[in-house]
Design a binder for this molecule. Sequence first.
Ligand code: ZN
Length: 477
Amino acid sequence: MAKLGANRVRITRARRLDGSTIDLVVSAGRIVHIEPTRGRGDGDLDADGRVVVPGLWDEHVHLGLWAASRRRLDLATASSAAEAAALIARAADVAPRGEILVATGLREGLWQAPPTAALMDAAAGNVPVMAVSLDVHSSWCSSALATRLGIDLGPDGMLREAAHFSAQLRVEAEADERVRDSWVREAIDAAAARGVVGIVDLEFDDAVAAWSHRAAPPLHVEAGVYPHALDRAIARGDHTGRAVGPNVEVGPLKIITDGSLGTRTAYCHAPYPGTADRGVLEVPPALLETLLVRGRDAGFSPAIHAIGDAAVEAVLDVVLRLGLHGRLEHAQLVTQADVARLARAGLIASLQPAHLVDDLVLLERYWPGRDTDAYRLRSLLDAGVRVVFGSDAPVSPLDPWRSIAAAVRRGAPDATPFGVDEAIDVATAISCSARSSIELGEPADLVLLDDDIERTRLETMPVYATLVGGDPVHGPV
Ligand SMILES: [Zn+2]
């Protein structure tokens, strides 16, 4: 794709969300001039009346996993262990010898009968298999994989939370780095084609190290650090905002305090129905405080994963005590009392509205009677909480239009909306997905849409062009 040139670009006849049509000039990566259109489509890029919105960010991505999952066996359609096993058996038959077969999208939380190690082994034979759950907090594994890694599996063949994460890191480390980097580039280009100008990459492995050897991406990347890599990161001189290379900087310190809804490990005040189990607080308050203080002293801004209401409460206790700023990731179940505390703490709520579409059955089954507190959005904004959107890809696809659509519609297009009081309008949803606005002096991170917002199904909104700092990264130029 030819570059317009970073120096000076004129965009003509672009329509703003308020209906006004403008010509704008971009120079050195910023918007330096805006005027009502003169009506001549003689710009370097003529929008011809298309809607212009600020460039979209995906604030929570596991990019390497997402890039790989676009290439891997997807089990999301399997509605039982037997169906998943049949898909795995077919793939295991043709799997290259010696390689680990990694599948994605496992949704065993929805199955009537739980998975078993025997069923997995019958499907896998002697092929090492790791079938990762859609929420990436667990996996269903074959005995051949357990033998290869020297780990133990339970009778259901499942690994959950810490045991899963450490096994997954080792499995991912076996993949060829050059192949993986080419997948990452494909995923980035696909994101640009959806209007994405930046991502926060929360890859579980060392994302900063990965990005320091990759070619410069065409989009902004903020690469997060996890506690297991914090020593290494500090030794490298990492801190939030440190430039790693062109378009890449160090992102937040990501700390996962509890599990997930799909794996029934999100840490909640009430037990999961029919059990005495309230989920898992992986990082209790004392450890959280130690990690946050270490991160703060090294210059890291935290991004703290908390899904269940008890995890959110525990995080807020510590954050309010320390007076830290940063982000709360997911916040899928938040009590009324903690909405006010979240606002007072000044934490940004980093939400994934598209999960709502996938989680409706899980919400009914595992968080019954909690509709008011689950998947809050409008009530957080009304309380003064700053909200940003992400996909948590591969949990949902890296496509901000799915978040925007779910935030507006509170569910799939044809489904009954969930918690309709928590819905927001399209302009607000776009602003939760953007870091800039279309005003003088703002970064020239811009997206031209190829259809009217009111006419299109939002999740499939066609994107005509994406510009990062005035440079086209997707589109006709
Ligand atoms: Zn995540």
